[in-house]
Design a protein around this ligand. Sequence first.
Ligand code: TRP
Length: 344
Amino acid sequence: MTHHQVASTQAGTAEKILTGDRPTGQLHLGHFVGSLQQRVQLQHRYEQTILVADLQGLTDNGHRPNKVAENILNVVADYLAVGIDPLKTRICLQSAIPALAELAMYYANLVTVARLQRNPTVKNEIAGKGFGASIPAGFLTYPISQAADITAFKATLVPVGDDQLPMLEQTNEIVRKLNQIAGQEILVECKPLLSNMPRLPAPDGKQKMSKSMGNCIYLDSDDRAIARAVKSMYTDPNHLRVDDPGCVAGNVVFTYLDAFHPDPGYVAELKQQYEAGGLADGTTKQILTDCLQTLIAPIRAQRAVYMADKAQLVAILKQGSEQAQEEADAVLTQIKRAFGLKLF
Ligand code: TRP
């Protein structure tokens, strides 16, 4: 599956990896192809931490905290079900690591409100969420908290989608300012690791797949739900009769076949046939349905096993968070010293 391979990084470098997810819903196929598969590979080669960013999730859900609380274990079960191994990857919970919140308080003094307002991702989100004049302070400042997440573990490599690049830029600005204040390099700048998979579109081909749009194929969707989602997929509106030549570009069924079918050669043949005419949308959709059902069935089964033992999920998070707190505390001490505030 060459198209799922992790972007090559220098062999032998001791990269430290940190990624995070806001637990505001179950993870879906977009996460799977964009980042989960990559994390499964990375854990074999690098020290990897995954942060369930519940505090960040609250920054736009303060009025409905259940949306976050309810999804913490969902997300952990999703990780485990796709093969993220808690013995190889440290999985931890942001709110259980107080040093992260403390670090953010220090960093907040190095960042202006104007700089936060210029952050393109924050700007887009503010416009999209319709906050009007009522932007939660926590929301505007979440890039600072994310800088704390990243620097607390001295992460050098952060696998993210391109929407997160402004967060890494702000993080590195904070790193440089702090090192200047400290007069030595106490923090390290991080680099993004961009997934080489393009963002997966929703079945309608217009939106991205997202929890809020109700158009997701989840990692525990059943066969009927998968078939229904595939049936609704946008194809080529001008492909009226089977014999008509069809268009592959923008055809969501082919986008998904490219992303998920294990045999790219076979998909290439299908595309040729489709473009020449003679391949029905019903057929391509059936092929995709079979492919996704085969992919998801074992993940769904694993996930159900993990969700049946919530105490185990909690124990995994607790252990990861305790280790993380120890590491983050050491960084916090360095930061306090840099500000001259470590008296005892
Ligand atoms: N902002 C990320 C998102 O919305 C989640 C996140 C929180 C994160 N902390 C992080 C990502 C640290 C990378 C590193 O998906």
